[in-house]
Design a protein around this ligand. Structure first.
Ligand code: 4NP
Length: 157
């Protein structure tokens, strides 16, 4: 099963989601079965490492962010089973590139899996301070955990 996490810049939220999910997958010895990648709807930061603030806060929590930013491309619909978007704008942008119904059904909203807070989107921390980054990590830890359970259950049906 191949998962692609998508945000705007692919330097804050989606690389963090990728690293958190990778840790959960490794902890469950499922790395042979599930792989993760991330991308941005904008190519503004393509080729850049993730934001140093996000890398720093994630590292303290035990997550190693190594991804390099890249833009989402239509071909990703062929390469991934699930495409998980961080906010409504990402969702709309990715949806506008989906051609088939099968592609459209691959697109999920990360916030739909967040149980600890009633949130409709994973907020962009780029213009926030430390608290903004820590909040995103907390939301993503919960969402990744619920998402993983959901996808495994769905797969076994
Ligand atoms: P991300 O955060 O979408 O979570 O990677 C952002 C990073 C950069 C910008 C916006 C959001 N930016 O405007 O450069």
């Amino acid at each position: 099963m191949k998962l692609l996490f998508v945000c705007l810049g692919n330097i804050c939220r989606s690389p963090a989601a990728e690293a958190i999910m990778n840790k959960f997958i490794e902890d469950r010895n499922m790395a042979d079965h599930i792989t993760c990648d991330s991308a941005g709807t904008s190519q503004h930061h393509a080729g850049h490492q993730a934001d140093p603030r996000m890398r720093k806060h994630a590292k303290v929590k035990g997550y190693n962010i190594t991804s390099i930013s890249r833009a989402f491309e239509t071909e990703d619909f062929n390469n991934f089973n699930w495409i998980i978007t961080m906010d409504d704008s990402n969702y709309e942008n990715v949806s506008s590139l989906a051609i088939t119904e099968k592609d459209k059904k691959k697109i999920l909203k990360m916030a739909d899996f967040c149980m600890i807070k009633n949130c409709n989107f994973i907020p962009d921390p780029y213009y926030e301070g430390d608290q903004g980054f820590l909040n995103v990590i907390t939301l993503l830890e919960d969402s990744c955990s619920q998402l993983l359970k959901y996808l495994l259950k769905k797969e076994n049906k």
